[in-house]
Design a protein around this ligand. Structure first.
Ligand SMILES: [Zn+2]
Length: 255
């Protein structure tokens, strides 16, 4: 049971976003190999009001409003920095903005990328320090993974960023949700479209999958570090343009 404060419910309602119940799903960033997860969505409006004194849990967001032609392309920030630069440049060529959930050690190795991402008008968020299976870690270990990345973001950009995405899982466990909230992230950012690009299925398969599932409000999981993603992105962005779907930051999607 995920308890949510009135404020959290209000903010999520404003965002028109879906709550999902927290649960350890097998699918996720670099832990693929199972079918696209079917998130157990539940409308926040159907929830009983939670007393205000209860600890506030962040909502896990899988998508934004379905009523507006906007989507968020979200990238696992890791791997060869050349792929990151290529993908950012391609997005900008199409006037698209993306969200990068950065791994802390990746920022240590390529600190200039934090500025590069923000200077391009993109969102930058927390994807843990070492990209371990965070839902399986001890409380102290998981906390260190979240705060370690947050400290790096703060040092490099002056902000811990708005979004946290768990590593190696599509959803955060209730414990990880709470730890993310404690670290300053009001929402856990999940997704409703999994490109499966990190399984290297070929660029056409990535393109087909994303374009087959994306719709108003979708949050798409993608990765830096894979050649298929770079090869797929131009066709994806072009088709989004034809459909009138604008790729915006997650902040804008939920605004
Ligand atoms: Zn990841």
């Amino acid at each position: 049971m995920v308890r949510v404060t009135t404020n959290d419910r209000r903010s999520a309602l404003r965002a028109g976003a879906a709550f999902v119940t927290a649960g350890a799903l097998a699918a996720g960033c670099t832990a693929h190999g199972v079918a696209h997860p079917a998130p157990a969505t539940r409308r926040s409006a159907a929830r009983a009001p939670a007393p205000r004194h209860h600890r506030a849990h962040p909502a896990q967001l899988t998508h934004g409003p379905r009523t507006r032609p906007r989507v968020a392309l979200t990238f696992h920030g890791g791997g060869d920095p050349a792929t990151a630069r290529a993908l950012l440049t391609e997005a900008e060529r199409h006037d698209a903005r993306v969200t990068v959930l950065a791994v802390g050690t990746w920022l240590d190795e390529h600190p200039d990328l934090a500025r590069r991402i923000l200077d391009g008008g993109h969102d930058l968020g927390n994807h843990t320090l070492h990209h371990l299976d965070i839902n399986a870690m001890s409380e102290a270990g998981a906390r260190a993974e979240i705060t370690g990345c947050a400290q790096r973001l703060k040092r490099l950009t002056g902000s811990i960023g708005t979004w946290f995405r768990p590593s190696r899982a599509a959803r955060a466990s209730p414990l990880v949700e709470r730890l993310a909230h404690d670290a300053g992230y009001p929402h856990v950012l999940s997704y409703d479209v999994d490109s499966l690009d990190s399984t290297s299925p070929g660029a056409e398969a990535v393109t087909r999958r994303v374009l087959g599932e994306i719709r108003n409000g979708s949050v798409v999981s993608l990765h830096f570090g894979y050649a298929d993603t770079i090869a797929a992105l131009p066709a994806v962005l072009e088709e989004l343009g034809h459909r009138g779907l604008r790729a915006v930051t997650t902040t804008e999607l939920l605004s």
